[in-house]
Design a protein around this ligand. Structure first.
Ligand code: NAD
Length: 479
């Protein structure tokens, strides 16, 4: 079993209590790693280290901060294979996905914000006899809290802009998938990052996480996770004047118009529904299809979905691996049962999958398509976060927009049409933070990222993220 450690003040250490948690490997159900079961004492030590490191880090030239981030990125690139393997075994996702998406994107996050650190600029407005400018200053020690679905990618998405902006960081990875964060801690030491600049505290959300967000020296919380926990963090920090960025759940619509290139759409809609076993906040789990092509497109989707192979995540041919935990597996299976009870028609999938051999104890679910349900039932309103997507017909543009907007969430949508005017009109009217037109999950890190409504507040990505980690001060000089 792997033994994972916290990174506090430049040292890889166990929890002060010596207590540990154990995580299983989702593909086998067998124990994989132990991690520190950190509590408020460990968190206080990490915050103290971050506070002590803040002065020198925040005043270091941007080029210096960029150099450290680039060094870390180079080490992530060097260790792509061990990181991808750790991520796959930790989370159950196909190794190929970790190798081609998660780890390269984590490296890219570090590189992007290394460049951003040196380009980060502020506004200045000169008028005769007067100069007004905005001074953006790093906030101090900040908390970066990440979920289990894209463990290293989302953790670096937060800590890279925070470090680039001159903040010091206490990161709290998910206790469900802690391994790659532990490896990143080792790489941070190897990169020579000054002690205390990046601290990583492992442990449970309601102990380590809760202690971190309520620590008085933490100036901002950048959180990605469930809407329920995000609401709890907003409540716990109310009145403390900490800055909050909350990236929360989703129930995203895929909208397929009759004039779309259906050959491209069918493949991408299936990928959008089932990538990472449907455990990406951006997955399109409600597939809205124009009535005139509904029957034809449904048949093609079902055929494409049936061709997906569920199997050992470490095998090259596996399109879907295991769900992340026994609890999450039970939740997803219960959601499928509920869809049936609501009158849903399971078109394909709809059951757990037994993968023989090494993976016979793993938590696998077949990619599942369901139709026959109205837009307002629980299945179409609540986030499932698994390989389960529903199909719904729509009549026209107005109906598509109304159905897409009719959940409490507002994270992302993907729209398929060849009509450029319609594409822009629909993008404008969707109540979401991210719209993909004729594509899915294509990212340019210069654009902001995040949701609206119950999917979150605050924007991450590009300059928005750098700005989030700074305080803007208005300075006026007259002469
Ligand atoms: P979660 O909310 O259970 O946990 C997220 C993190 O918060 C974990 O590190 C956890 O330990 C910590 N945490 C839990 N309770 C806490 C508390 N009281 N105080 C501080 N921290 C606490 O989410 P999850 O199950 O790990 O992830 C799945 C969820 O994340 C889904 O809802 C998904 O949609 C969402 N998600 C959103 C985005 C986005 O960008 N909007 C991206 C990925 C995942």
């Amino acid at each position: 079993m792997e033994r994972l450690h916290n990174l506090i003040g430049g040292q890889l250490v166990p929890a002060h209590s010596g207590r540990t948690l154990t995580t299983p490997e989702p593909a086998t159900g067998l124990p994989l790693a132990t991690l520190p079961d950190s509590d408020a004492v460990d968190v206080a030590a990490a915050v103290a280290a971050a506070k002590a490191a803040f002065g020198a880090w925040s005043t270091a030239p941007a080029e210096t901060r960029a150099r450290y981030l680039r060094r870390l990125a180079a080490l992530v690139e060097r260790d792509l294979e061990p990181l991808a393997l750790a991520e796959s075994r930790d989370s159950g996702k196909p190794l190929q996905l970790a190798r081609t998406v998660d780890i390269p994107r984590a490296r890219h996050n570090l590189e992007f914000f290394a460049d951003a650190a040196t380009q980060f600029a502020s506004e200045s407005h000169s008028v005769p006899g007067q100069v007004n400018y905005t001074l953006r200053q790093p906030l101090g020690p900040v908390a970066c809290i990440a979920p289990w679905n894209l463990p290293l990618y989302l953790l670096t998405w937060k800590l890279a802009p925070a470090l680039a902006a001159g903040c010091t960081v206490v990161a709290k990875p998910s206790e469900v998938t802690p391994w790659t964060a532990h490896l990143l801690g080792q790489l941070a030491v190897e990169a020579g990052l000054p002690p205390g600049v990046l601290n990583i505290v492992h442990g449970a959300g309601d102990t380590a996480g809760a202690a971190l967000v309520s620590h008085p020296d933490i100036k901002a919380v950048s959180f990605t996770g469930s809407t329920r926990v995000g609401a709890g963090i907003a409540a716990a920090t109310a009145g403390t004047w900490k800055k909050l960025s909350l990236e929360l759940g989703g129930k995203n619509a895929t909208i397929v118009f009759a004039d779309a290139d259906l050959d491209v759409a069918v493949n991408e809609v299936v990928r959008a529904a089932f990538a990472n076993q449907g455990q990406i906040c951006l997955c399109g789990s409600r597939i809205l299809v124009q009535s005139s092509i509904y029957a034809e497109f449904r048949a093609r989707l079902v055929a494409r979905t049936r061709a997906l192979r569920v199997g050992d995540p470490l095998e090259a041919g596996s399109d879907l691996g295991a769900l992340v935990s026994a609890a999450h597996f039970a939740k997803v299976v219960a959601c499928i049962d509920r869809a049936r009870a609501e009158g849903g028609n399971v078109l394909t999938g709809g059951a757990a999958v037994q993968v023989p051999g090494r993976c016979e104890g793993g938590w696998f679910v077949a990619p599942t398509l369901i139709d026959g349900l109205g837009p307002n039932c629980a299945t179409n309103q609540e986030e499932i976060f698994g390989p389960v997507a529903t199909l719904l017909p729509f009549d026209d543009e107005a109906d598509a927009i109304a159905q897409a907007n009719c959940t409490p969430y507002g994270l992302a949508a993907n729209v398929w049409t060849r009509d450029i005017g319609r594409a822009h009109r629909v993008a404008e009217r969707l109540q979401v933070g991210i719209v993909w037109l004729n594509c899915w999950m294509v990212r340019d890190l210069r654009t902001p990222f995040g949701g609206v409504k119950a999917s979150g507040v605050g924007r991450e990505g590009g300059w928005e993220a750098m700005r989030f980690f700074t305080d803007a001060k208005s300075v006026t000089l007259t002469y």
